[in-house]
Design a protein. Structure first.
Length: 339
């Protein structure tokens, strides 16, 4: 495996072939600074492995306006900002009221990565550790999902699997079992414990660090699955990012560096090793310590790019109506020299 990965480090974009499976993991509350302190202390071997082997950055950004969980995950899954006419409009961060969907809230259908993948015959899944993720289950079910107007009708239910478990360890075990049994071509996994510990004891506290160490183990199980399962090995890309960081015991302040500075790693099939900003010179700009608004060009890499990047890796076009990586030009490979 090491040799394969070593070769992958030199993938040029002209030779990149994408992936047959994409797994996206969101670590709720994973501010880059807190992660880096523990990586440097040797406490997070799998996050460290991502830093050493992925196309990545620890200087990505979340949504400009709102830095809480459900709105940012809606951005990841729809590749839209939250506010504005092109935004998905979901600003609430509590369990959705009965019968309310992303579409009814916006007054228009808001397509997701699940729509495009499922309409093209891909199996899709969402594993979450907060009950409010039921928003996605309801918004994309057989009643509320859009009709499939592509060549073959795969139905209105865009999510083949939806699982909730309050504990990431149990959720990961279920995810690994399910992927071994009948893999999803696009799967999204959400880990809660760092966020809960941050709210309870503070970001960077002992409890927060212990939660991240536990989640590093869960991440390792997913990386192990991808590296060893015969169907997934060499054919699967893993995206790891976060909805927000945190400061003291909260993360509502959108212009606080500890809250808006998050990682974005792409590891496995199709991904080279190196700095994502270096791979995307001209199309994305490392914002250093700043907090660029939407419209500033080139933009920073944002967590909301997950949906369209995943589809691009799967060889599919962008989410209709999306704005983040809508050109699907985020490169996870080395630009061809002189090209
Ligand atoms: Zn939180």
């Amino acid at each position: 495996m090491k040799h394969i990965l070593l070769f992958a480090g030199w993938i040029f974009c002209a030779l990149a072939h994408g992936a047959d499976f994409v797994v996206a993991v969101s670590v709720d509350g994973l501010g880059s600074g807190y992660m880096q302190t523990l990586v440097d202390a040797g406490k997070l071997p799998h996050f460290k492995q991502l830093e050493l082997q992925s196309a990545g950055t620890t200087n990505a950004r979340n949504d400009y306006d709102i830095t809480v969980t459900l709105p940012n995950h809606t951005s990841m899954l729809t590749s839209r900002p939250i506010k504005g006419s092109a935004g998905h409009g979901w600003t609430s961060n509590t369990d959705p009221a009965k019968g309310v969907t992303i579409h009814s809230n916006k007054g228009a259908y808001i397509a997701s990565v699940f729509d495009v993948a499922h309409d093209h015959g891909k199996r899709t899944g969402l594993w979450a550790t907060k009950t409010k993720f039921s928003l996605f289950q309801l918004s994309y079910d057989a009643e509320h999902g859009a009709p499939d107007t592509t060549a073959t009708d795969h139905g209105r239910n865009k999510l083949d699997v939806f699982k909730y478990n309050k504990a990431s360890r149990a959720l990961t075990a279920d995810f690994v079992r399910a992927m071994n049994e009948q893999p999803c071509q696009f799967a999204f996994v959400h880990f809660v414990e760092a966020d809960s510990a941050g709210h309870g004891s503070g970001w960077g506290s002992e409890a927060f660090n212990a939660a991240l160490i536990e989640l590093d183990g869960c991440l390792g199980q997913i990386m192990d699955l991808i590296s060893t399962n015969p169907a997934l090995k060499g054919r699967t890309a893993l995206i790891v990012t976060a909805d927000h960081g945190g400061k003291d015991k909260n993360h509502a302040q959108a212009d606080a560096p500890a809250i808006y500075t998050i990682p974005f790693f792409v590891w496995g099939a199709g991904a080279a090793y190196g700095d994502l900003y270096a791979f995307n010179s001209g199309a994305r700009r490392d914002p250093a310590g700043t907090h660029p608004a939407y419209g500033e060009a080139p933009p920073p890499i944002r967590n909301g790019e997950v949906g369209n990047l995943a589809l691009h890796l799967l060889g599919l076009g962008p989410i209709p109506g999306s704005k983040l990586d809508a050109q699907q030009d985020l490169k996870i490979c080395r630009p061809v020299p002189g090209g």
